[in-house]
Design a protein around this ligand. Structure first.
Ligand code: ATP
Ligand code: MG
Length: 451
């Protein structure tokens, strides 16, 4: 099979044979020049969409209104977009309509940053009218043309600017930065889904702490529609570099500001956006409810926010137990072990493992019960291995069989009974044997009937 680069080259060759011009463009050229792995090969061409469609056996009209046709060769797709300009911008967002143009140069001119405005011929020769290659070498993010205009046209570009800067460890050219400071309030026109997508790429990227600081320094975060309140304040706290003015200082805020960078500095040891977000929320001590509210405002995909909330709930349960017991008496290893395992059974193995990974990076900071968190961090993984079963369905007996043996109608009680049996078999060494479990169920059943 052909890889995407080979398909892109085949597409360009074919379009050229038909008398059009065609080039690699955008992210793929930038990534090649930076020796990064290329995610997607995009082709830009003088051919009109209908001419592209006519030139290939298999195409998909993926973005016809923007001039984009996906060409599929041997199962591999490549996006082909007609040279275009974006004339009308409504509400500082991407334009609703575009105009096709005959010149590559005009197409490059509509792109956001010089590093994204380089085209490459099949031969490898670059067409780089805005000096993108030099900016890659100097590690600079710079708008194509007038930065004020570019951010005014499409406010999302400001977030993209910070993302490229923090993910590639580039600096931001001064004029671009000043324009960004000036236009920051326009970010409120951008849909929260798109804000979330950019933030998540920064959080999951190379230097999320720098990203947060750029967001704070630029004021961009304040100009999203994220409601003020615990969520925004705590995230801002993580990004803050300077102490509050003396009038606003409290002992705890000063202490937190000193500790936060220390807490966050191992952030990048976690991979994946879910783990990175969960770590951030845990480090700034957001409750599951506060995090859920913030993620709802940012329109996080449900699947992700559910996972993050579960992790924070798991953390909350552990924190509460450690606080309540350790405050009164010594929490013995054995008790901690059993409590942790019970919660792990309740929240599931992967949540427990993910929490352990987050906990391990958080325990470096001092706290009254640091010893207990260190203990969990040292032994938690091993304790999880001691759990014999993880799910009701692994029990040697079913709900129906238990109802039968007890001579009762199956009902909500059966599920509760199965959970009790599961805890016994998983944590107390009770054999996972049908008659043994039925005996136990009968015993519990009697207890239930007692007045
Ligand atoms: P990556 O895919 O690695 O995030 P990319 O540069 O490929 O980065 P895409 O969103 O895939 O980003 O866009 C492809 C190209 O389209 C960019 O390289 C840029 O030239 C152009 N582009 C994308 N979004 C914008 C925008 N908001 N304003 C102007 N040009 C843009
Ligand atoms: Mg891309």
């Amino acid at each position: 099979a052909l890889d995407q680069e080979e398909v892109a080259h085949a597409v360009i060759a074919r379009l050229e044979a038909e008398g059009h011009s065609a080039y690699l463009v955008g992210g793929c050229v930038r990534d090649k020049l930076m020796n990064r792995s290329v995610k997607d090969y995009d082709v830009t061409t003088s051919a009109l969409p209908e001419q592209v469609i006519a030139s290939f056996a298999r195409t998909l009209p993926t973005g016809l209104q923007h001039g984009t046709v996906t060409v599929v060769i041997q199962g591999t797709p490549v996006e082909v977009t007609t040279f275009r300009t974006e004339s009308k911008y409504e509400d500082h967002r991407r334009p609703a309509s575009v105009t096709f143009v005959p010149e590559l140069r005009e197409d490059l001119q509509r792109r956001d940053f010089t590093i994204n405005a380089i085209a490459m011929e099949r031969s490898g020769r670059l067409i780089d009218p805005y000096g993108g290659r030099t900016d890659i070498e100097r590690k600079v993010i710079r708008c194509v043309g007038d930065a004020h205009e570019r951010f005014e046209e499409d406010a999302l570009r400001m977030l993209r600017c910070l993302r490229f800067a923090s993910n590639y460890m580039f600096s931001i050219e001064e004029g671009t930065w000043l324009a960004l400071l000036d236009k920051a309030p326009l970010l409120r026109h951008i849909a929260m889904e798109r804000v979330e997508a950019e933030l998540t790429k920064m959080i999951a990227g190379t230097d999320p702490l720098r990203a947060l600081r750029l967001l704070a320094r630029s004021g961009l975060l304040r100009h999203t529609k994220i409601p003020l309140g615990a969520f925004a304040e705590r995230i801002a706290l993580a990004a803050s570099e300077h102490p509050d003015p003396p009038s606003q200082q409290t002992a705890s805020s000063v202490k937190e500001r000193e500790e936060l960078p220390e807490r966050l500095h191992r952030w990048t040891e976690l991979s994946g956006d879910v783990m990175r977000w969960a770590f951030l929320f845990a480090a700034v001590q957001l409750s599951p409810e506060e995090a859920a509210q913030g993620m709802m405002a940012l329109v996080f995909p449900r699947r992700k926010s559910d996972r993050i909330v579960k992790l924070l709930e798991f953390k909350q349960v552990i924190d509460r137990e450690i606080n309540s017991i350790a405050g009164t008496s010594e929490l013995s290893d054995e008790k901690l072990n059993m409590f942790f395992k019970k919660q792990a059974l309740r929240y599931g193995k992967s949540n427990a493992q993910d929490w352990l990974a987050i906990n391990a990076l958080l325990v470096t900071f001092r706290g009254p019960y640091a010893r207990l968190y260190v203990r969990l961090s040292d032994s938690g993984a091993q304790w999880l291995e001691e759990i014999a079963l993880w799910d009701r369905t692994e029990l040697a007996v079913t709900g129906a069989e238990i109802a039968d043996a007890l001579g009762r109608e199956a009902g909500p009680w059966t599920a509760q009974m199965l959970d009790r049996l599961l805890a016994e078999a998983a944590l107390q060494g009770t054999e996972n044997d049908k008659s043994r479990l039925i005996l136990l169920a009968q015993q519990y059943g009697k207890e239930l009937e007692m007045p």
